[in-house]
Write a protein that binds this ligand. Structure first.
Ligand code: SAH
Ligand code: SF4
Ligand code: F3S
Length: 439
């Protein structure tokens, strides 16, 4: 096949957080508008895009692995183009092309939207672009992610600089989209059939545009757009206000789920992490949430083995997990990210200890998830149908208001339908139920 054959088809793989999912949807839509055709199988694509994550070393290693595989296709199809975009592209820039020369484009977190121009060699574009361009963020058009759901980024970047975290370096400084832009974006999605929208930011609670703060924004979106279910993430404990919880209690459109990363249970470790709250403050918020929202699903992120974390400090994390009783948690071993403040500290918790601490934590959390899920038994949960169960084609899959997966017997329900489901059984990960007649 000729090297000059034109690029007609594309495939995007997305890694990392919902922010990347949202960016990939926007990128896919702009490629389609320019006449490129999306294909299901990477092997059939003339353009392969990897939208990448840098948050842990493992996430980056996975991309290097993927690039090795993709190189095999490129040898058979010399006209094929490979684009690495997003956080890892932002972090490494030119270095990435030096390391992996068969990559054609490296476009950072604010520049990936220029991929169609770069492909066509439009003036002003080049193959490596990583400059931040936060001036015109309202130019980025949010696009629904499926026929029934959409992610809407409300603020880009992060100013918190938690000492372990690469995100502020790869996403730049925090800038909020205008409230009108967000309301219009959700309205447009609703017109296109979307029933559930998720508002995204690294720290949604620090959202601020003119006199609109996050509780105000949430109220506007819930009241003005006609969206049926509204979610948001992530909340930073230092900024989550009682007003936000009150707004959630007042508006049934806002789903009863709060993702509130605690990261660690010990105040010295939290301070060294740069989290700016104490565990006492965190527990006070949890108490207020539980008091104000009679049904709420709480989830979190936790890091074990942060530099200098002692065994007894780690045990305080276990204590918090037991006290809060999260419905689920994302749990990680600390991973050194070059360029961060913590990268200057000695990564002194031995790998074997990190692994042991993580395993013990996961086991504890799984037991709690199981018990929390048992509390769902016999309850009716309004759930959003998302397709068929992967394991059993006689069953369908839906997500409850609290964001848990529920499997139930059904056929032919349209994705995006909201059905009342009575929960009949549960393990630590999944609920099982049956559709009931609404009262
Ligand atoms: N903005 C969000 C989190 C974004 S990153 C927040 O502040 O909560 C998602 C999660 O990855 C973090 O909450 C943290 O638990 C984890 N993480 C970030 N950097 C990490 C690192 N260097 N090693 C291990 N886990 C990390
Ligand atoms: Fe990273 Fe902290 Fe920002 Fe979250 S708040 S993205 S953990 S720096
Ligand atoms: Fe990863 Fe970037 Fe999100 S580093 S977690 S994809 S903001």
């Amino acid at each position: 096949m000729s090297k000059n054959k034109k690029v007609e088809t594309f495939h995007i793989s997305t890694y990392g957080c919902q922010m990347n999912i949202a960016d990939s949807s926007t990128l896919a839509s702009s490629l389609i508008t320019r006449g490129y055709r999306r294909v299901k199988d990477e092997k059939d694509a003339d353009l392969i895009v990897l939208n990448t994550c840098s948050v842990r070393e493992k996430a980056e290693n996975r991309i290097y692995g993927r690039l090795g595989e993709i190189f095999k296709y490129k040898r058979e199809k010399p006209h094929m183009k490979i684009a690495v975009v997003g956080c890892m592209a932002q972090r490494l820039g030119d270095e990435l092309i030096k390391k992996v020369p068969h990559v054609d484009f490296v476009l950072g977190t604010d520049r990936l939207f220029e991929l169609p121009d770069a492909l066509e060699g439009i003036e002003g574009t080049s193959s490596v672009m990583t400059a931040f361009g936060h001036e015109n963020i309202d130019m980025i058009a949010p696009v629904k992610d499926s026929d029934y759901s959409g992610f809407v980024t409300i603020s880009r970047g992060c100013d918190n600089y938690c000492t372990y975290c690469i995100v502020p370096y790869v996403r730049g400084k925090e800038v909020s989209h205008s409230a009108d832009y967000i309301v219009d974006a959700v309205k447009k999605m609703v017109d296109e059939g979307v029933v559930e929208a998720t508002l995204l930011g690294q720290n949604v609670n620090s959202y601020k545009y003119e006199d609109t703060d996050f509780p105000k924004l949430l109220t506007r979106v819930a009241k003005e757009t006609g969206i049926k279910r509204l979610r948001f993430m992530t909340s930073h404990p230092k900024d989550l206000s009682k007003r936000l919880v009150d707004v959630m209690a007042d508006d049934p459109t806002i789903m009863p789920h709060i993702h509130l990363p605690v990261q660690a249970g010990n105040n010295r470790v939290l301070e060294k992490m740069g989290r700016i709250y104490t565990i006492e403050h965190y527990m006070k918020i949890i108490e207020y949430i539980k008091k104000t929202l009679p049904y709420v699903i709480l989830t979190t992120d936790i890091i074990v083995g942060y530099p200098t974390e002692t065994e007894s400090e780690y045990e305080e994390t276990l204590k918090v997990v037991s006290e809060v009783r999260y419905d689920s948690a994302f749990m990680f071993r600390y991973s050194v990210r070059p360029g961060t403040v913590a990268a200057k500290f000695d990564d002194d918790v031995p790998e074997a200890d990190k692994i042991r601490r993580l395993q013990k934590l996961i086991k504890l959390q799984q037991g709690i998830s199981y018990e929390q899920n048992q509390q769902e038994l016999n309850q009716i949960r309004f759930s959003l149908v998302e397709g068929y169960s992967k394991r059993d084609k006689n069953k369908m899959r839906a997500r409850t208001d609290g964001n848990k997966t529920v499997i139930f017997e059904a056929h032919g329900l349209k994705n995006g339908t909201i059905v009342p489901i009575r929960i009949k059984a549960a393990d630590a990960f999944t609920l099982h139920g049956e559709v009931v007649e609404p009262n």
